[in-house]
Design a protein around this ligand. Sequence first.
Ligand code: GLV
Ligand code: MN
Ligand code: MN
Length: 409
Amino acid sequence: MKIKIERIEENFARVLEHSSLENGIQRFSYSVEDLAVRAILLEQLEELGLEIRLDGVGNLFASYNPLESNKRPILIGSHIDTVPDGGKFDGLTGVLCSLEVIQTMIDEQIQPQIPIVFVVFAEEEGSNFGTTMLGSKYWKGQLNEEDLNVLKNKDGRTALSVIQEAGFDPSNRECSFTSMNPAAMIELHVEQGGILEEKNLDIGVVTKIIGMNSYEITIHGTSNHAGSTPMHLRKDPLLPAAELILYVESLPNTYGSDLAVATVGKILAKPNGSNVISSEVSFTVDIRDTSKLGIESMSLALQRKVGELCKPKAFDYQIELVGKSDPVALSSSIIQVMESRLKLENIPYHKMPSGAVHDCAILADAIDVGMIFLPSKGGISHSPDEYTSMEAIEQGAQLLFDCVKELAG
Ligand code: GLV
Ligand code: MN
Ligand code: MN
């Protein structure tokens, strides 16, 4: 039974009609673009006759269960939100391939013993509130209304109010991880790195997913005139910030494992005037490693260094942990199903860790989780230049279909 790549391609085109493309895709959760793509998906899910549910933050679930089985379901899906100036393939590829898997099952009148639930998690990228995988963390019970009331977007609005305004009620826990009680999740995703391309392979089987701590650091100084304030009378918060940014670069080598990374990706100086000494600077620090110890050691060193750099001129500062996820190992039984399928079809593949985080990682401490990777051209992602070929997507969707069919019986 073959999945239909033409249908996936048509869906890509339909979705991309609704996303701004000039500088890449801007499709943040709860935005007009997000709602338009949700509408496209909902229309198709309804046409397929699936049972659709939305939870308190807008995570979307659609269940295919023709035998009305009460066995623990298998989840397939990903996310549709993007980073600022993002690409076409991150998240959306897994969503459209998962939709195609269910569509093929229906076409072929396959009636699985186990329900299959298509899922689109909200706010995976953290583009609104700085917390990655917000939707899956909420669904799993790791974030509550109080947490949502603390997280703010760039306009100072809380996650709680943005989510409520989009028509969702985070206090409604009717559709939760516990109530669904899934047995497994398989997420197909683009690699977002260059290993598969380097090896000239179309399929990666993911063995583990990196963990991360995300910090927001604010340093307060004294705003003043850039011309008339002599150098020795300044309290410029950008100076400790600059030293800290250089220090972040050194953290992985000193404290992390081979796969450790650390990034300052977002900076905001206030008031941001060319002839004004800043009153305050805030910036993010994203720390990742496949070892929990590595993440903790880098985080402690970072906090120590902020204190050390701010002390001489008595800068006030805050360090906020805005997001956290543990490194996880993926299910050896799902990996085995993938490998035997690939061997049967004579498809070469590579077993590899994921340096990006993914919603399925949030579930991996409780259920079996597997991931399929597809090559990213030039290893580029989180960029308008992100590209994965339809040939690779076809192979990945077929593997996803074959694995789900085998697991769901
Ligand atoms: C999500 O894409 C992440 O790895 O930050
Ligand atoms: Mn993604
Ligand atoms: Mn991403």
